[in-house]
Design a protein around this ligand. Structure first.
Ligand code: CUA
Length: 155
C-alpha cells in the first residue's frame, strides 16, 4: 500500500503528540502529586450540623505533628474560614459539602478537590511557603459562586 509522504508526516506528528501528552500526564502525576483524591468515605449531608467532626470543624494536630483540617463547603462559604496551618508539615484536608457540589482550590498550590455532598474528599499536602492563600470554589454552585472565597494562612 502506498502512503503519501505528507500523510506519513502527519501520522507520525499525531503519534508523537499523543505520546507527549500522555507522557505529560504521567510525569505530572509522578512528580507533582497530581492524583485522584482519597478513598470512599460517606457522610450524611443532612446531619452535618450535628456531626462530631463536621458540625464544628476545627483543625487538630496529630501526635506526629501533622495536621488534620475538616472543611465544610456550603453556599457560599467554607467553614472554617480562615484556615490556619503550619508550613512544612503534612496537612490532611477532609472535605465535604452540606448542599451542592463545590470546589476547593488553594490558589497557587496543587491542593484542589471537589466537595461532594454525601462524601468526604481527603488529600494531604505540605505547604512549603508561609503566606496567605485564597481558597476558591471552582465548581459552579449558584448565584454567588463567584463570591465563594476562603483564606488559608500558612505560618
Ligand atoms: Cu461553591 Cu462555587
Amino acid at each position: 500500500m502506498q502512503v503519501e509522504r505528507y500523510e506519513r508526516i502527519w501520522m507520525w506528528t499525531a503519534g508523537v503528540l499523543i505520546v507527549l501528552f500522555l507522557g505529560a500526564i504521567f510525569l505530572t502525576a509522578a512528580t507533582q502529586a497530581v492524583q485522584p483524591p482519597s478513598h470512599i468515605e460517606t457522610v450524611d449531608p443532612t446531619t452535618i450540623a450535628t456531626h462530631p467532626e463536621f458540625g464544628n470543624p476545627v483543625a487538630t494536630t496529630r501526635l506526629d505533628g501533622s495536621v488534620v483540617v475538616p472543611v465544610v463547603a456550603g453556599m457560599f462559604a467554607f467553614t472554617p474560614d480562615p484556615i490556619e496551618v503550619p508550613a512544612n508539615v503534612p496537612v490532611t484536608f477532609r472535605l465535604t459539602s452540606m448542599d451542592v457540589i463545590h470546589g476547593f482550590e488553594v490558589v497557587g498550590t496543587n491542593a484542589n478537590a471537589m466537595a461532594i455532598p454525601g462524601y468526604v474528599s481527603q488529600f494531604t499536602v505540605t505547604f512549603a511557603r508561609p503566606g496567605e492563600y485564597p481558597i476558591a470554589c471552582n465548581e459552579y454552585c449558584g448565584l454567588m459562586h463567584h463570591a465563594m472565597v476562603g483564606k488559608l494562612i500558612v505560618k
